[in-house]
Ligand binder design. Structure first.
Ligand code: MN
Length: 198
């Protein structure tokens, strides 16, 4: 099988982002965005998807974390899309309910080539430490849009906002792991009656 790896470098007046992914990795990551909480979430994304990620971001954090989080989502999405290529042989669909202490969150993905985010998550506080909770949605919007995937995230319940955010990243990681995996019964086929997904 061809290696499913890709690298994206993206530079604007607001951020400079470089991302390297290996879909068939072991969940190793080297992540530095300058935003501690976001680094912690991206480590979870890599660890539980088993997608290796090297992520280095220099953003305009003197303004706020918004551009850094959004542009990192864009670059990870583009890198995943590039690494998946024509999406031949992939499992395509996955969904999972993920528990963490008092919190339960569902993620469902279709690696469809059709970007769509359904976000059904409410935070009870505007901040987790210094991190704006509304940026969690911004990240997944950028990821879904640029990876070309349909992504639904639903928080069933939860009290702690750190847990709510973390279950979103972990649940998405787990469904990405399954949906990007090669399904031996699909062999060398693109799993669509249209014959294409990219
Ligand atoms: Mn945590």
């Amino acid at each position: 099988m061809a290696e499913r790896r890709a690298e994206i470098s993206r530079k604007t007046n607001e951020t400079s982002v470089s991302v390297r992914v290996d879909i068939d990795g072991t969940g190793k990551s080297k992540i530095s965005t300058g935003v501690g909480f976001f680094d912690h979430m991206l480590e979870q994304l890599s660890r539980h998807s088993l997608i290796d990620m090297d992520i280095n971001v220099k953003g305009d954090l003197h303004i706020d974390d918004h551009h850094t989080v959004e542009d990192t989502g864009i670059a990870i999405g583009q890198a995943i899309a590039k690494a998946l290529g024509d999406r031949r042989g992939i499992t395509r669909y996955a969904s999972l309910d993920l528990a963490m202490d008092e919190t339960m969150t569902k993620a469902a993905v279709d690696i469809s080539g059709r970007p769509f985010l359904v976000w059904n998550v409410a935070f009870s506080a505007p901040k987790i430490g210094t991190f704006d909770t509304e940026l969690v949605r911004e990240f997944f919007q950028a990821l879904a849009q640029n990876a070309g995937i349909t992504l639904h995230i639903l928080n069933h319940y939860g009290a702690n906002n750190h847990h709510i955010a973390e279950t979103c990243f972990k649940a998405v990681a787990r469904v990405l792991r399954v949906a990007t995996e090669i399904d031996p019964r699909q062999a060398d086929r693109v799993p669509s009656t249209k014959g294409m997904l990219a």
